[in-house]
Design a binder for this molecule. Structure first.
Ligand code: 3PY
Length: 247
């Protein structure tokens, strides 16, 4: 049975003063049953401080992206090793905002996930269809090919997480229905089972896309949903803890 993961993606939000939210979440977890792992991925500028704040608590800290190389002439980029060095445990790769804003292909994302393994981080590999693709009836095809191309060859036997985030449900307030979520999550589990026999049941499959306290319980109870990747609602400790509490 896979242990659920409730992960927050702060995106490009947060200044040094917002580290208070990290301590509020860490403190709040102490009062809740230990039913799931809990992770916050703040912007790169806050990882070190957040990791110090979360140290010794049930909260862990991750990054939102990494470069595939260890080091070198890549101005503005941060390697998986650098992220691990400042206390992160996970790294999100292939979020649809990076696929769209930075033109990241499945091959680039697979290389980043491989870099995460190399550095001892757990990659959270994001996939999800656009509204046009869903309306054209291509959801399963798109998600299957993203999954095949974004999980690196070296993933067998390694810990990784898959996050299904329909692009049309990100930042729009629209949430996928339980039926829509289950159809895709069941398919992801099936594909993982074919590619990673014996390992598929240990890989958490998260739902992401406008998850909030009001809809979390229903989404988290859906089949093959092992947690959430939470955007805006992870910026407020109370909302994020309420989602954790819905596990
Ligand atoms: C959202 O819920 O908006 C996300 O993109 C989480 O990654």
């Amino acid at each position: 049975m896979v242990r659920p993961l409730i992960a927050g993606n702060w995106k490009m939000n947060g200044l040094s003063g917002d580290s208070d939210t990290i301590s509020q979440i860490a403190r709040g977890l102490e009062g809740l049953d230990n039913v799931a792992d809990c992770l916050i991925c703040p912007p790169a500028t806050l990882i070190s401080k957040a990791a110090d704040t979360a140290s010794g608590t049930r909260l862990t800290v991750g990054a939102q992206d990494c470069h595939a190389n260890v080091s070198g002439a890549h101005t503005g980029d941060v390697s998986a090793e650098m992220i691990a060095d400042i206390g992160a445990s996970h790294v999100i790769v292939g979020h649809s905002e990076r696929r769209a804003d930075h033109g990241e292909s499945n091959e680039v994302i697979a290389a980043k996930a491989e870099a995460a393994f190399r550095a001892g981080l757990v990659p959270i590999i994001c996939i999800g269809e656009t509204l046009d693709e869903r309306e054209a009836g291509q959801t399963i095809e798109v998600v299957s090919s993203q999954l095949a191309g974004s999980i690196p060859a070296g993933a067998f036997g390694k810990a990784f997480v898959v996050a299904y985030e329909p692009v049309w449900a990100i930042g729009t307030g629209k949430v996928a229905s339980v039926d829509q979520v289950e159809e895709v999550h069941d398919k992801i589990r099936e594909i993982l089972g074919e590619r990673f026999p014996g390992q598929a049941d240990e890989t958490p499959i998260l739902y992401g896309g406008s998850m909030k306290p009001g809809n979390a319980a229903e989404l988290l109870a859906a089949s093959n949903v092992d947690g959430g990747l939470i955007g805006g609602a992870s910026l407020k400790a109370d909302d994020f803890l309420a989602i954790y509490g819905a596990c």
